[in-house]
Each structure stands twice: as C-alpha cells, then as structure tokens.
Design a protein around this ligand. Sequence first.
Ligand SMILES: Cc1cc2nc3c(=O)[nH]c(=O)nc-3n(C[C@H](O)[C@H](O)[C@H](O)COP(=O)(O)O)c2cc1C
Length: 206
Amino acid sequence: MTAQETSDSRKNRRAVLGISGASGSVYALRLAKILLEAGAELYCIPTDAAKKILAQETPFTDFESAITSQLGKGAALGTLRMCGIGDFGEPPASGSFRFGAMAVLPCSMNTLGKIANSAADNLLVRAAEVALKERRRLVVCPRETPLALSHIENMRSLFLAGAVVMPACPAFYGKPESVLDLADFIAARAAAAMGFESETVKEWGL
Ligand SMILES: Cc1cc2nc3c(=O)[nH]c(=O)nc-3n(C[C@H](O)[C@H](O)[C@H](O)COP(=O)(O)O)c2cc1C
C-alpha cells in the first residue's frame, strides 16, 4: 500500500456520530460500540436534549461513560473524542477535516429540519452540512411517529441532497430476544450504510 493509500484509508476510518434528542439513546450507544470495535476514529456530538434523554432512558448521565462502559477491556480498537455541541473549533466543523461518514442516530425532527435547511447553529448540524457539501456519506435515522408533513418534506430534501434516510424501525425476522438485539439491528444497518461492516447482525440467508 502506498503512503497516499494509507493516509486515505485512515481518513475513511474517521466517523462522526451526532446524537440528538429523540427517544432511543441505546441506538447511539450500540452504534458507537460497533464503530469503535471496527477501529473508527470516532467524533461524537450529543445535543443537550440527547443528554437529558440519555439520563431518562438509561442509568447514565453522560455519553462518554455510557459508550465506554459497553467496551470490553482492551477490546476497543478505535478512539473516541467527545465534542461539545457549541464547539465549532472541533475538527468536524470544517470541510478540510476529511471524515469518511457521519450518522445522526437517533435523529430528532428538530435536528432533521435543521440539517435539511442548513440551519447550522450547532456543531452537529454543521458537521452534517459539511458531509452534504463535501459529498460524503450522511446517514440520518429519524425517530418520530406519526409524521407531520414538514417531517416528510424535510426527509425528502435530505434524500435528494444525497443523505441515506434510515428511520429507526427495527425488524423482527431475526427473532430478537432483547432490547439490545432490536437496537443492534438499527445500529448495524447504520454502520453498514456508513461503510463499517460488523458481525453484529447476520445477513439474511446466511
Ligand atoms: C423523553 C423525550 C422523548 C423525546 N422523543 C422524541 C422523539 O422520539 N423524536 C423527536 O423528534 N423528538 C423527541 N423529543 C423532543 C426533542 O427532544 C425536542 O424537540 C428537542 O428540542 C430536540 O433537540 P435536538 O434536536 O437539539 O436534540 C423527545 C423529548 C423528550 C423529553
């Protein structure tokens, strides 16, 4: 492998995970685990609402502890950098920082609308805007039901802009036995759409 190929491969392993204030903190925790175990250089950006919902839905009050608690000792191959939602000095704010992919999981309708309309008043939305303008992979996983027309229109805009719109709708054909199984189904699909393979969920037919 040439030095250029090595550098490109490292940059493609850079991933951004935006976590917004929709229900489903566990989805974000499981996606972070998959990405870190796949060797990602992970930049994690939780919103203030996401932090409140994490405390509501899990025993944890901060994402860094919640994410690292799931990793076995010595198991993490990647690196985790937590970024403040208002910190536009963090690398994902700039197109010159070459990350390979970004996911927003779970994605609130508020954050979805901001990304669709480039209302980049926080680091998460700015990083998503960077992904779209630089033509990088952006995977948006909304969680809301039922949907308003504005939600559907914003999803349409994101689809047309090149994002993968992947609602957090777990499937049941794998006979899930736990909430973690259901969460892993979505997390593994999001990771695959970002370009990170995992053995977390078996492919159908194999
Ligand atoms: C317990 C709880 C659950 C919520 N679940 C959702 C949800 O599933 N989807 C959604 O779009 N908003 C949900 N909200 C509302 C968002 O948190 C709210 O719109 C917030 O402004 C989102 O901010 P953010 O996009 O900056 O994270 C929920 C709020 C609370 C308190």
